[in-house]
Each structure stands twice: as C-alpha cells, then as structure tokens.
Design a protein around this ligand. Structure first.
Ligand code: P6P
Length: 339
C-alpha cells in the first residue's frame, strides 16, 4: 500500500520549489486546509442543524446570506487572521477588503481573496458546493496596513490559488504555479491526502456547461457554439453532452477531470455575466492553465485582465483548451458578421 502523503507533508516537500521560501506561503496554505476542514464539518451536517436557511442578511451582491455562507466566511477570516501570514482579506461576502491591524499581520507578505462558499443556493438541496481562494504577494510595504491595490492585481500575478469541493468526498485542489495537485479528505484521520497528483485537463472534451435558460439573451457566437454542440450529436454522432450543476466549483472540477467547457457569458441584462473576476474566475483560471487548459472572457485571457474593482464581474469560458478556443473563434466570427 503506497504511503499516504498529507497536505501538510506535500506543502513542506514542495516548499523547495521556491528557493527563497521562508515557509510563510506553506503556513498560509496549511491554514486554509484547517479552515476547509472546519467548514466541511458544518457542511456535512448542515441538514441536521438549524444552520440552513438564510441568515436574514444580504451580502454585497444583494444575495441572501445562507448561514453556512457566513460561517464559512468567518472560518476562513479567523484562520488567516490568527495564522498571521496575510495582511488583509477580501471576500465575496463583504463589501470591501479588511486590513488586519495586528502587528504580526502588518508584517505579513500576502493577501488572500476568497469566495467562502460558492454555489450556496445549492446548500438546501444537498448539491456540491465549494470554497475558492486566490493569494497574491502584497503590493503595499511590509509593516503598513494592506491597501486596495493589494487586492486589484491581475490574475497572472497570483502566487497560489485553489478550491475546496464539498461533494461525495471533500477535496482540496491547488496550484502555486508548479502544476495542480488534488487532496481528498480522509475523515478517519481528518487529513487531506494526496489523491490526484499533477492534474491535467484533457485538451478536448464533450461536455459543455451553460445555463441554457439564459441562452436566448447571450451573444450570437455563444448561441452558435451551443447549437454546434447539439448538431454535432445528430450529424457526426459526436457524443457532446450538456452538464450544468449550477455550482461553479462542481462543474469546473468535473470538467477538469473529464474534459469540458464551462461558460457563463454576458447577457443583454448583464453584459459582464455573473461571476466575479478576483475570487472566482482568476483562481480557477490559474488552476486550469497550470493543468493545460484555457480561461477566457470570450475575447482574451482572464489572467491578463486588470481589475478595476473588488467585485468586478467578467464573462467566463473555462476548461479544455480546444473547446475554449472553438467558442472564442465562434464569438469572433459572429462579431465580425455583426459588425
Ligand atoms: P445561474 C452560484 O451562485 C454561481 O455563482 C456559480 O457557482 C454557478 O455556476 C452559477 O452561479 C449559477 O448561476 O445563473 O446559472 O443560477
């Protein structure tokens, strides 16, 4: 039986990937692992406790906050605050960033952005949900308070990114720019153990993920791509199939393993789509590129976008390289004919 490699052991082993590593990033990733286990414990028993149902408050997106959302936000916030490796945090659940005015945090080198519980509308129906995080080196001076510029960096400058999927099993998947590795929580020992080393997304796939309820208000290029997927099934018996869970982390994770493309395009009512650049699109884009895939806003690379605001939304086309490139080509082709 091969020996189990825990997340902590793996992080320490891989610290050598960074010649000047002081261990701070390793400790930060370990702090996130601890927070994920705390969240997982609550998610797993959500149906048994009065932790379901809206907290009664709404987040900055105007979405009603599920109690687990708020719990998860607090778990991550406190884990990184007392872990002392970040000088500030930004979360989907809060309007602005938070700079930790604590001596050990002011000296920290990193900031973290996260969506503490993405897909939370699925909590009550027991569908997989997830945590997504993105880590940058601070721009502000060590010793100062974090400032807004620390949180408005392009995705290509991330030092680490990852997600946790609370599904049939709980997995943590992350990258530090040296490949993508997946860890499955072993409940009997309470440790994330390496289960998916060096993850690579298939260059092509047959799964397309989109909310077809929005399709008529999407651009002609997106509509043409989805029609192509369906026609392909009839004419060439290519077995394209639609799979849409309505939980970004779950859809992304399935496509990462099986191949596929997830699309959340802009619509007439919401030209920038629904997903947030800084703590949903950028971290998953970093992961998918490290796994050999592609992430685009339909015209260009997600990781090259200069954020203008903390909760900025962008259209997202992410997954197998060939599939994303086909969607981009059809968008370009229809823009040219519409021009
Ligand atoms: P729609 C969940 O709210 C989320 O942010 C993603 O997890 C998910 O993929 C998407 O929105 C679902 O949005 O509009 O299809 O319900």
């Amino acid at each position: 039986m091969s020996s189990l490699v825990t997340l902590s052991e793996f992080i320490m082993e891989r610290q050598a990937d960074f010649p000047y590593a002081s261990g701070d990033l390793s400790r930060l990733l370990a702090d996130i692992g601890i927070a994920s286990k705390i969240i997982n414990h609550q998610v797993n028993k959500a149906g048994l406790q009065d932790i379901l149902g809206a907290e009664g408050t709404t987040n900055v997106q105007g979405e009603s906050q599920m109690k687990l959302d708020v719990f998860s936000d607090h778990a991550l916030f406190n884990a990184v605050k007392w872990g002392g490796q970040v000088c500030g945090v930004a979360s989907e659940e809060n309007e602005t960033y938070h700079a930790f005015d604590l001596e050990h945090c002011r000296k920290a080198k990193y900031v973290i952005l996260f969506d503490p519980l993405d897909g939370s509308s699925n909590i009550d129906v027991n569908v997989s949900i997830g945590t997504i995080f993105s880590i940058f080196r601070r721009r502000s001076s060590v010793g100062d308070l974090a400032n807004v510029n620390d949180f408005l960096q392009r995705g290509c400058d991330q030092v680490a990114a990852g997600y946790v999927i609370y599904g049939s099993s709980t997995m943590l998947v992350y990258t530090t720019g040296h490949g993508v590795n997946g860890f499955t929580l072993e409940p009997s020992i309470g440790e994330f153990c390496l289960s998916h080393p060096d993850m690579k997304i298939p260059e092509d796939g047959v799964i397309y993920s989109i909310n077809e309820g929005n399709l008529n208000s999407c651009g002609a290029g997106v509509q043409a791509y989805v029609s192509w997927c369906k026609e392909a099934d009839k004419k060439t018996s290519r077995p394209y199939t639609g799979r849409y869970i309505g939980s970004l982390v779950a859809d992304f994770h399935r496509n990462l393993i099986k191949g596929g493309v997830y699309m959340y395009p802009g619509t007439l009512k919401a030209p920038d789509g629904k997903l947030r650049l800084q703590y949903e699109c950028n971290p998953l884009a970093f992961i998918v590129e490290q796994a050999g895939g592609k992430a685009s806003d339909g015209r260009g690379r997600i990781l090259d976008i200069q954020p203008r605001s903390l909760h900025q939304r962008v259209p997202l086309f992410i997954g197998s390289r060939n599939m994303v490139e086909r969607v981009e080509a059809m968008i370009r082709q229809h823009e040219l004919t519409e021009a």
